[in-house]
Design a protein around this ligand. Structure first.
Ligand code: KQY
Length: 364
């Protein structure tokens, strides 16, 4: 099986990335295993990933890619409704290494971005990342979707779209010199819009405090529907997150989207602040060249990092003091969906959350 490689851009061909809240044909995930990122040989993380797959599979088909060494283990841990395929990767962040799907008139294609493990040799999280780099092409092959190769480094977690021409991103990540140092802000913006089939970029400043992705927007803010943005928030002025969220709120409230609408900003409480415990840190193998996991390190927890599935919002449960309030706000903002919480601290310990480990396949 092979996939057609396209020379043009989705925008030029009339394709667009649909919003996550539009109907899905399914969802892709990867199976975690690297012991220098996931504690205790990744067993607790595997249980958490399996719970996410189960929760999503209640409303859309889920496919999980696992390495040759782990494929049987993944099969045994997941119900029959979840498809398991052999797929090599360096870690398990399908949002970032998978393709971004675009659609037009009943046809689905995919964008394969360049990937450099969140910063390459200057501040990236691990080396090598060649298996991650190959994931998007393989997923597109398995989906039978033609492939656009975008000439810039970009992770799927660094963009959100409203499906009506607007892209949300952060300067901290997309303009970080460890991603595309040879491109100007204008060139990056043009390429992102062309490859997503969109018209307007809304730039936020920094992402969630201590986020090792250099501020992915999918941990900070997302669209609940066109014109409505969910934003992680804390009233605690002594928390560095307050200033970051305040700046994002001001930018969003001053902006209009691609259709000229003002935006409504819905505030979601931040969990925590949460920190890695000594027991959690000691369970991770420390390997030179891989981002260390240290006791006391602040974790970039956020309820924004949820998956908007066909019939449900699958949200991370991270802090008993805030889980219920966050679930209530999500339910009110996304009234046509059931909100389902999955314990997600084990995913957070690896540096991301439910949105980061999933990639929707939009209905064509
Ligand atoms: O924010 C995301 N989309 C992914 C988080 C990746 C963390 C790598 N350790």
């Amino acid at each position: 099986m092979s996939t057609a490689n396209l020379e043009s851009t989705p925008g030029a061909d009339g394709f667009r990335m649909p919003a996550e809240f539009e109907p899905h044909a399914g969802c892709w995930m990867l199976w975690p295993e690297r012991p220098d990122n996931w504690r205790l040989g990744a067993e607790p993380a595997q249980a958490a990933f399996a719970a996410v797959a189960v929760a999503i599979s209640a409303s859309e088909p889920v496919t999980v890619g696992a390495s040759a060494a782990q494929v049987e283990r993944a099969r045994a841990a997941l119900p029959a409704a979840v498809l398991v395929v052999e797929l090599a990767s360096d870690d398990s962040w399908m949002r970032d290494v998978g393709p971004t799907f675009v659609v037009n008139n009943g046809e689905r294609r995919g964008v394969d971005w360049r990937f450099n493990a969140w910063g390459g040799r200057e501040g990236g999280l691990y080396f090598p990342w060649d298996r991650d780099e190959a994931v998007a092409a393989r997923v597109l092959e398995l989906e039978g979707a033609a492939r656009y190769q975008a000439p810039l480094v970009l992770e799927g977690g660094s963009i959100h779209v409203d499906g009506e021409g607007t892209v949300l991103s952060t300067e901290e990540c997309l303009l970080n010199p460890n991603r595309n140092p040879e491109l100007s802000r204008e060139q990056i913006e043009r390429l992102v819009l062309d490859y997503l089939g969109a018209e307007k970029m809304l730039w936020l400043g920094r992402g969630v405090f201590a986020d090792e992705t250099d501020g992915h927007v999918d941990n900070l803010a997302c669209f609940a529907r066109p014109g409505v943005v969910l934003l992680t928030w804390t009233e605690d002025r002594s928390d560095p997150q307050h200033e970051i969220s305040l700046d994002a709120r001001r930018r969003l409230e001053a902006a209009t989207d691609a259709r000229g609408r003002s935006l409504e900003v819905v505030l979601l409480p931040s969990p925590g602040p949460l920190r890695t415990t000594a027991m959690e840190a000691t369970g991770v193998e420390q390997v030179e060249g891989t981002a260390p996991r240290r006791a006391g390190d602040r974790l970039a927890g956020s309820y924004v990092n949820a998956y908007l599935g066909n019939g449900r919002v699958v949200m991370p449960l991270l802090d008993e003091r805030h889980d219920d309030e966050a679930a209530g706000i999500l339910a009110a903002a996304l009234p046509e969906r059931e909100v389902v919480g999955v314990p997600a601290r084990e995913i957070l310990l690896g540096g991301g959350n439910i949105h980061c480990i999933t990639q929707q396949v939009p209905a064509a």
